[in-house]
Design a binder for this molecule. Structure first.
Ligand SMILES: Cc1cc2nc3c(=O)[nH]c(=O)nc-3n(C[C@H](O)[C@H](O)[C@H](O)COP(=O)(O)OP(=O)(O)OC[C@H]3O[C@@H](n4cnc5c(N)ncnc54)[C@H](O)[C@@H]3O)c2cc1C
Length: 473
């Protein structure tokens, strides 16, 4: 039987359940990727992420060619493209990894009405629906979800599928070229593809990597490279999430100290956050449009366009916010602590609808992913699942002093503050005029004064949230 392997968010040959199934069942396998205009034209698309995807497809094609196969790329609606390709390749089955976002589920359901589609494997480590409360309802709080996750049999190395040595793809039909624009800017430090994803995994968590053992200590420090930077590779399945989990579990068993054990466990727990948000989006698809918690549907956002532009461009006058936003726009990535700080600032200090920030993140993040991004934004806004109380409002200056203690992160992204003395770096507007002159940083000219007063805005936001709760009864 000929089989189409429909690649979506699993751009890899290692531990690929859908591919393994296709190879097991088929005599010939046709690897196919479809560029769907419905996705390409969405306002959530980001050029850096698209360029990363195209680079990943090029690398996948090269890896397939080394194994006697090749990638078939087509543009169009999946239903039409797949119907044509079933005929052209004389295939009887389409195999794909399950993707649990509302868009993907609707697309796959529509395809399966007329075409033979089988979903095998998942973008999550644990399949949505496999971790439920005793009464059968989904968890909406992370900690018990995590316990449920850890209580299930843990993934093991023996389950991981090896990279196939040969893939039989006879006389594949014409492929459209993989687009070369947009190109990945040099400022994006994420070379696309499975090889780089696996290299990072090995260096951070694998048997030769030790960084994971410092993870619990260092992961919140924005000035250090204390996290894996695997998110873009996980986003496109260039590394298998199950493989990452196995490496973390094994690193934990190898650990020689309590601190190291904790590092590996905390890293695994972050991967469980990823699963948590995939499950939330699966069970509560309405979060993609609005608040998980309807009590906050009546918040009167200020939605000031000029403030939003200042946030996007990194000129709010709060150095930690501005440094992080410039990191995002230039590199397509931002540290998790910084994501929380800038998200809290947008929502709680500027009183701008979290969906504006969510969209801007999607337009710039290489790892931009509906489930994690929406989960992160709603968590910070206090409108989401989990213990995300509305009164949690980050003080950007205190966060900055705590998680960038020497100001290295700020100095790296804000060259205009290069000569500002350490003690003023987190709040340069506190410098007296003479110091501003000495340090070549005139507030209001070289660097903006804070666009809002944190304490005043805090009170205003708490009032806006309270009014919405009361209006919703
Ligand atoms: C407002 C906001 C928006 C976010 N948007 C995204 C997004 O679009 N895509 C995305 O992948 N992550 C998102 N995150 C989660 C997190 O910030 C990133 O996954 C992390 O910073 C990626 O860096 P890393 O690979 O070095 O992570 P590490 O700390 O090394 O963690 C390892 C992996 O665990 C997963 N992970 C870690 N933290 C989280 C988390 N809080 N939620 C879900 N998964 C997590 C990621 O897959 C990550 O690659 C967001 C967080 C916030 C607060």
């Amino acid at each position: 039987m000929n089989i189409i392997w429909w690649i979506r968010r699993d751009l890899r040959l290692h531990d690929n359940e859908a591919l393994a199934y296709a190879l097991e069942q088929g005599t010939a396998v046709f690897p196919v990727f479809i560029l769907d205009p419905a996705l390409l034209n969405s306002q959530y698309v980001g050029e850096k992420r698209l360029a990363f995807l195209y680079g990943g497809l090029r690398q996948l094609d090269a890896a397939l060619r080394e194994r006697g196969s090749r990638l078939l790329l087509r543009q169009g609606s999946p239903q039409t493209v797949l119907a044509d390709l079933l005929q052209e390749t004389q295939s009887e089955l389409i195999v794909a990894e399950a993707d649990h976002s509302p868009f993907a589920k609707a697309r796959d359901t529509a395809v399966a009405v007329t075409l033979p589609l089988r979903l095998v494997g998942s973008t999550a480590v644990k399949l949505p629906g496999s971790i439920l409360k005793q009464d059968g309802d989904p968890y909406i709080v992370y900690t018990p979800f995590k316990k449920g996750w850890l209580d299930l049999p843990l993934p093991q190395r023996s389950q991981l599928h090896p990279v196939p040595t040969q893939i039989n793809t006879p006389a594949a039909p014409e492929s459209d070229p993989i687009p070369d624009t947009p190109a990945l800017p040099d400022s994006v430090p994420f070379p696309p593809g499975e090889i780089e994803g696996l290299r990072r995994l090995e260096n951070f968590v694998g048997s030769n990597g030790r960084s994971v053992y410092d993870y619990a200590e260092q992961r919140n420090r924005m000035d250090l490279e204390g996290t894996s930077r695997l998110s873009p590779y996980l986003r496109f399945g260039m590394v298998s999430p199950r493989r990452v989990a196995v490496e973390a579990i094994e690193a934990r068993s190898r650990a020689r100290s309590e601190g190291s054990r904790k590092g590996a466990l905390v890293f695994l727990q972050e991967l469980i956050w990823r699963d948590f948000y995939i499950h939330i989006l699966h069970h509560f698809p309405h979060v993609a449009q609005g608040n998980f918690n309807e009590k906050y549907d009546r918040i009167e956002w200020r939605n000031d366009e000029a403030d939003f532009a200042a946030w996007c461009e990194g000129r709010t006058g709060y150095p930690v916010v501005d440094a992080a936003m410039r990191q995002l726009v230039q590199t397509g990535w931002m540290h998790n602590r910084a994501r929380m700080i800038v998200a809290s600032f947008l929502v709680k200090d500027l009183l701008i609808d979290w969906r504006w920030g969510e969209r801007f993140f999607m337009q710039h993040l290489v790892d931009g992913d509906l489930a994690s991004n929406n989960g992160g934004w709603q968590w910070t806004a206090g409108t989401g699942t989990d213990a995300a109380p509305y009164f949690r409002i980050f003080n950007p200056t205190l966060q900055s002093k705590k998680f960038d203690p020497n100001g290295d992160f700020i100095r790296r992204w804000l060259p205009e503050l290069a000569d500002v003395p350490d003690k003023f770096l987190h709040e340069p507007d506190k410098m007296e005029t003479a110091v501003q002159r000495q340090t070549n940083c005139i507030i209001g000219e070289d660097y903006p004064a804070p666009i809002v007063d944190h304490h005043a805005m805090r009170d205003r936001t708490l009032a806006a949230y309270k009014e919405s709760r009361e209006a919703e009864g």
